[in-house]
Design a protein around this ligand. Structure first.
Ligand code: HPA
Length: 268
């Protein structure tokens, strides 16, 4: 359709603008740093350049604290790497195409490996600790949206690359895997929703990532997804949940998450 053609043309324009700004013709890897992950970006190497997203076609300024709205270029593990410091969320109301524009831009700029990070609530506190990472093995897209339009179909049996997960577990054999459920947000879950998600087989819950995974797979890239458990899901603990708690857990784990990402990239 015209709408999806426009979205892909916009991503190609953004990739061309990125090439012009960085004098780099093609990138290998892109990382999207979610809530709480931005402080981990410094471990990936000194910035070669930083481009404010609003300098590129199709990007909106960041709406949420903890999302810096810049694309950092680093050389990490021998790969030309794009680091998105922040993302657009579905709950911002700009639609699914805006949510996946960064991933489509990275794919148009050559990236074949997309690392998606996020903050998530833990649905299995008996097995999870705040501050621990979880490898995303699969997802439940309960966001009500999909970035693909028109009558084309996409197999998602390996949405999250088994090869990349095995590689991450070489780096840290203690890394657990889990199913990530995405809701649209911006409300955190009710206690009844938390019970529903546990019954559905989800291990962690958040408000991002799944649409970007679909867009990356549609573009033929492999996806590694890593959640940082920043809190126990609302209703499973006695304390009310707020965004500051999510950001604080990210700051506390930045060193460990940065080292994990850097080591994984060095093995790619
Ligand atoms: N629920 C949804 N999204 C989140 C959470 C949560 O508990 N924590 C961080 N992002």
């Amino acid at each position: 359709s015209d709408v999806s053609n426009d979205a892909f043309a916009l991503a190609r324009d953004a990739a061309d603008a990125l090439r012009a700004r960085t004098s780099i013709d093609s990138f290998d890897v892109a990382l999207v740093m979610g809530s709480g992950w931005v402080p981990a970006a410094d471990a990936l190497g000194d910035p070669v350049t930083e481009v404010p997203v609003t300098d590129l076609p199709g990007f909106a300024p960041p709406a949420v604290e903890g999302h810096a709205g810049k694309i950092r270029v680093v050389e990490c593990g021998g790969h030309r790497t794009l680091v998105f410091l922040g993302r657009t969320h579905l709950y911002e109301g700009r639609g699914p195409a805006a949510v996946v524009h960064g991933v489509r831009t990275a794919v148009a700029a050559g990236a074949r490996t997309i690392v998606l990070t996020n903050a998530a609530g833990g649905l299995r506190p008996e097995h999870q600790r705040v501050g621990d990472p979880v490898l995303i093995s699969d997802h439940l897209n309960l966001s009500g949206a999909n970035p693909m339009t028109g009558a084309s179909f996409l197999d998602l049996t390996e949405a999250y690359s088994g090869r990349l997960r095995a590689l991450a577990k070489e780096v840290d054999p203690s890394l657990p895997e889990g199913v990530y459920a995405a809701l649209r947000g911006p409300t955190y879950e009710t206690p009844a929703e938390v019970r529903m998600l546990r019954t559905l087989g989800a291990d962690i819950v958040g408000m991002s990532t799944v649409l970007e995974t679909v867009a990356a797979r549609e573009g033929g890239a492999d996806v590694l997804g890593i959640s940082l458990v920043t809190n126990i899901a609302a209703g499973l603990s006695d304390e009310p949940l707020d965004h500051e708690e999510v950001l604080e857990a990210g700051r506390a784990s930045a060193g460990r998450m940065g080292a994990l990402l850097r080591t994984v990239l060095s093995k790619l």
